[in-house]
Design a protein around this ligand. Structure first.
Ligand code: T3D
Length: 258
């Protein structure tokens, strides 16, 4: 891979965006490589969680503005529909946890990428800016959808129109990130957190992701039915049996993700 680094740490796949000279700006190659990495993670049963983070001082500065040769002939529509959107959907549809470790600057489509993950942990010194309207664009690659769900229409419009640079504490207060970690311990803490999740009951985590991500399209009656159907499946899983055994034997469960 040219634009991302992959490292397998037991059952955790670490994906590092690897174009640090541009704060990990996204080019076509990176979009294809990320799509491939998430597709492979879906097929590989030994991978039980993905940690997505960035190399260097940025997490991701969004679309590589130097990669577009001719803006006149460039089709934003084709680019989004063929490259960005499939990746965002692939991440949302992956039935395994995706932890995003935001290690620095996060801008434009970098925010979309972070929001397509499930849990975001930010390094304290990270900065967030939508950047889209700086160049006369709107939120894309899912960020309109994710932001409105997380922080509402009015706040999304405010940060989009003003291009306010949010620090990690503000991002936490708004609910854009789940946790903020001191710079010195960031690497250690995102790894520890991800490993803990990777050792959990992966099947239950995957099914809860599937259910919760579509909950707003469903009625209470439909949710009650789906909860019952999915619980029926999980009640037959190896991890459920192990959870019960561990409870009775007063020890910590050793889940296998099955
Ligand atoms: O269809 C489609 O594809 C459209 C999709 C659009 C989605 C989008 O993401 S639109 C938004 C694109 N992103 C931006 O507009 C952000 C542009 N960058 C910035 O505004 C600033 O760089 C930051 C606020 C992110 C960080 O500022 P700072 O001062 O910390 O760093 P810097 O010095 O500006 O950047 C460091 C280097 O990274 C610099 O390179 P140089 O001059 O040292 O060689 C800079 O040019 C480069 N860089 C930063 N962002 C990008 C970039 N290079 C290419 N593309 C970037 N997005």
């Amino acid at each position: 891979m040219e634009t991302i680094k992959l490292e397998k740490l037991d059952n955790l796949l670490v994906i590092k965006l690897n174009r640090p000279e541009s704060l990990n700006a996204i080019n076509k190659r990176m979009l294809s490589e990320l799509y491939q990495a998430f597709s492979d993670a879906q097929k590989d049963n030994s991978i039980r969680t993905v940690l997505l983070t960035g190399e260097g001082k940025g997490f991701c500065s969004g679309q590589d503005l130097k990669d577009i040769e001719n803006f006149e002939s460039f089709s934003f529509y084709d680019h989004l529909v063929n490259y960005y959107n499939p990746l965002i959907l692939k991440m949302k549809q992956l039935e395994k946890p995706i932890i995003v470790g935001i290690n620095g600057t996060c801008a434009g489509a970098g925010i979309s990428l972070a929001l397509a993950g499930d849990i975001r942990i930010a390094k304290k010194s990270s900065k967030f800016t939508l950047a889209f309207s700086n160049i006369g664009l709107i939120t894309d690659s899912g960020s309109s959808y994710f932001l409105v769900k997380l922080i509402g229409i009015s706040k999304t419009l405010e940060i989009l129109w003003t291009n306010e640079v949010l620090d990690s504490q503000k991002a936490l207060e708004l609910g854009i990130v789940n946790r903020v970690v001191e710079d010195e311990v960031f690497e250690k803490e995102i790894l520890e957190f991800s490993i803990k999740i990777a050792n959990g009951p992966t099947k239950a985590y995957g099914i809860s992701k599937r259910l919760l991500n579509k909950i707003e399209e469903l009625t209470l009656i439909e949710v009650l039915e789906l909860e019952a159907q999915y619980q029926e499946v999980l009640g037959k899983s190896e991890d459920f049996k192990e959870g019960i055994r561990a409870f009775l034997e007063k020890r910590k469960p050793e889940f296998k993700g099955k």
